[in-house]
Design a protein around this ligand. Structure first.
Ligand SMILES: CCCCCCCC/C=C\CCCCCCCCCCC/C=C/C(=O)SCCNC(=O)CCNC(=O)[C@H](O)C(C)(C)COP(=O)(O)OP(=O)(O)OC[C@H]1O[C@@H](n2cnc3c(N)ncnc32)[C@H](O)[C@@H]1OP(=O)(O)O
Ligand SMILES: Cc1cc2nc3c(=O)[nH]c(=O)nc-3n(C[C@H](O)[C@H](O)[C@H](O)COP(=O)(O)OP(=O)(O)OC[C@H]3O[C@@H](n4cnc5c(N)ncnc54)[C@H](O)[C@@H]3O)c2cc1C
Length: 593
């Protein structure tokens, strides 16, 4: 923290880059403090509350996290059981964990690190429940870091990854906090206990929307790092004879290796641009919301949910492909890839479990579809829903951007229509609304993935069409954009072909194009990963080193393994030798052994 001050790092992005450089493969134990706790105080507190608490948070005089999930509920926020009951006599809220399932469980850094939490709890005042709200709660003594009386706090134990984060549990036993510790920017409890409700109850969910936007950028960062490692290693690794009797080939010269890695390289560039686009949309709409204009809040929620789920699912699958494309060495921590995977795969769950997030976007698409059918105007990003589904593709040998975007628009519009019609058919069969919805959610998930895929392809094309880029760079980026789009069609051909949108010749064109693009990109593959400019320190990979000295690095890495500190391990003396001695004393063992 002090070093960041010395270096004059003011922006959160610069600070995050510094944190990643300082701790390249472990998530910071202060990440949630900086990424969720402080921004939520800024956005959900009154001006007075922000003025009081944000400086304390930014100077680390107060260290906090976001404590929402409980043993019994993570997804269903309205089902959270922690209570915050207002006591007008003492002007306090009484926080309580009334049941075993209400114990806060999972909040990052709650176990040993933080001294404060933002706690999501059901607000009760004047005998009435007003739903979930956020409360600032001191959980440890500021002098000696002991747990405050009335609280039970601990670590939840080992996890798949996220080792730098002490996820914990926390139980409240009639724990009192001042009335003014409720974040009251949008909802308030007056001294007499009167509840002033917010313009929109979902404003208290704002912190999650913000982090979902961050996670889209995380999906890019993690996938691109794995791609850098795998592509560089594929340039160094020689294995097997491509030409009989010739020298062993760079594995990157095998078409199958190119088909594994180059679409992921293209996806990395697509996700970077999508994350930047998402961040710009978030900045605009969240500032509108802060000024009281909530009109685009549903669109922001739907886009953040959908992209967070789509990008983390694709990134995690892609990181695994990168690992496997490095053979045995990819399975070693020396490659750096297992750690990348272990730290990001949780993102498919945290900040909104991906399926549930996709269904939020699906719900928004369903409503927009109905509005479109009525001829009502739709937000620009959704206008494709009114695409004429009788139109066929005009795709030619050149696989133009226009024909590719049209294909993705058609696919998404068709799939949303199929899901909505199933939902409507279910209703006509007499199903209740919630059953008609539930019995159409599988097609809605597929349609929502198509919707997100369209956003990313269209965004990539738009940026290439609008940005001033030198011709050589534009040519290579256009190859990546075309590869991302064509590969997505080839890999999901059934969804594009179901209504005969492409003819047989066009399918052949696409299958030929994806292979041709692999050859086009091959000469620039290493340059395209070098362009991300990740220092070796950040990659922590013997396989992805900039200098390509892979075997030297692996040998040094292995020699440094703690198991090599002694030639004979204590297990020989404690177990192996006694076992062998016992065997050799046995009568039926031949002395000749
Ligand atoms: C550890 C390292 C951290 C590093 C941190 C950063 C460091 C530095 C900073 C910058 C760099 C950033 C890099 C960080 C990268 C990320 C790190 C993340 C760390 C991981 C920490 C994890 C934290 C957590 O997991 S916190 C808990 C998250 N929990 C959830 O997300 C719960 C998900 N569930 C929900 O959101 C809701 O239950 C729901 C939306 C699924 C349903 O809500 P419900 O009230 O039931 O509403 P529903 O009936 O479905 O819908 C009613 C209408 O309301 C609309 N709506 C719902 N939600 C919203 C919303 N948020 N906004 C707007 N509108 C909403 C919904 O659409 C309905 O509308 P309709 O019109 O009626 O259809
Ligand atoms: C690494 C990590 C860090 C975390 N950090 C924090 C933190 O700092 N603070 C915090 O408060 N929480 C944190 N969490 C908790 C996290 O937010 C929750 O785990 C997440 O919201 C998912 O909720 P859940 O665990 O209840 O899953 P569930 O919702 O129980 O998921 C189980 C299954 O049920 C399905 N499901 C649930 N609801 C529906 C539905 N309506 N329709 C269809 N299917 C459904 C899901 O798709 C899933 O397949 C963290 C979790 C992890 C893994």
């Amino acid at each position: 923290m002090d070093r960041m001050e010395e270096l004059g790092f003011r922006s959160e992005t610069d600070r995050q880059i510094f944190r990643e450089a300082a701790a390249p493969v472990e998530l910071s134990p202060f990440g949630l403090h900086s990424g969720m706790f402080v921004p939520t105080l800024e956005r959900q507190g009154t001006p007075e509350q922000s003025r009081k608490w944000v400086p304390l948070g930014k100077s680390f005089k107060m260290i906090g996290t976001y404590a929402q999930t409980e043993l019994g509920h993570g997804t269903f926020i309205r089902g959270l059981e922690t209570t915050a009951t207002f006591d007008p006599e003492t002007q306090e809220f009484i926080l309580d964990s009334p049941t075993l399932s209400s114990i806060k469980y999972w909040p990052g850094n709650v176990a040993k690190t933080v001294n404060h939490c933002l706690v999501m709890a059901q607000l009760y005042t004047q005998g009435k429940c007003h739903g979930t709200h956020l409360f600032l709660v001191q959980v440890r003594n500021m002098e000696d870091h002991t747990i405050m009386p009335g609280l039970e706090i601990g670590d939840i134990g080992p996890k798949l990854g996220f080792d730098g984060v002490d996820n914990g549990f926390m139980r409240f036993n009639k724990y009192r906090i001042p009335r003014m510790n409720m974040l009251m920017r949008y909802a308030k409890v007056l001294e007499n206990g009167d509840y002033i409700k917010p313009k929109n109850a979902k404003l208290t969910y704002g912190a999650m929307v913000m982090i979902r936007v961050f996670i889209v950028m995380d999906a890019f960062k993690t996938l691109s790092r794995a791609a850098v490692i795998a592509v560089r290693y594929s340039a160094v690794r020689r294995q097997s004879e491509l030409r009989p009797g010739g020298e062993e080939a760079q594995v990157m010269d095998y078409q199958t290796q190119q088909y594994k890695l180059f679409p992921l390289l293209a996806t990395s560039y697509a996700f970077l641009l999508a994350a930047e686009g998402m961040s710009q949309i978030y900045a605009k709409i969240s500032s509108d919301i802060e000024r009281g204009n909530l009109e685009d809040m549903p669109q922001l929620h739907a886009l953040a949910c959908g992209l967070k789920a789509f990008c983390t699912w694709v990134a995690c699958e892609g990181i695994e492909v990168c690992r496997m494309s490095c053979g045995g060495h990819g399975y070693s921590h020396a490659s750096g890839i297992p750690k990348i995977y272990a730290n990001i795969v949780g993102a498919c769950t945290y900040e909104g479990e991906n399926t549930v997030m996709m269904l939020q976007t699906a719900r928004y698409l369903s409503k927009c579809y109905i509005r479109g059918q009525r001829g009502e105007s739709l937000p620009e990003l959704i206008q494709y829903l009114t695409t004429d589904l009788n139109v066929k593709s005009t795709l030619g040998e050149d696989c133009s951007f226009e024909s590719l975007v049209a294909a993705y628009s058609h696919r998404a519009a068709r799939m949303v229509a199929v899901a909505c019609k199933l939902q409507q058919t279910n209703k006509k069969k007499g199903m209740a609304g919630h059953d008609a919805w539930n019995k159409s959610t599988v097609p809605f998930i597929a349609a929502t993935k198509a919707h997100c895929h369209l956003f990313i392809v269209r965004n990539f094309v738009t940026i290439l069409s609008q940005k001033k880029i030198d011709p050589a760079t534009h040519n290579v980026l256009s190859q990546l954009c075309t590869l991302y789009a064509v590969y997505g069609i080839v890999e999901n051909m059934g969804e594009f072909m179901q209504d005969g949108y492409f003819n047989q010749d066009q399918v052949s064109i696409l299958n030929r194009k994806v292979l041709a693009l692999l050859e086009d990109i091959r000469p620039n593959a290493v340059a395209l990963v070098d362009a991300f400019d990740y220092p070796d320190h950040l990659l922590q990979s013997c396989l992805g080193r900039y200098d390509g000295q892979v075997y030297e690095a692996l040998y040094e890495y292995s020699k440094s393994s703690p198991l090599n500190n002694t030639d004979i391990h204590s297990s020989y003396y404690n177990y192996i030798r006694p076992m062998m001695q016992k065997r050799s004393e046995s009568k039926n063992i031949s002395a000749k052994l």
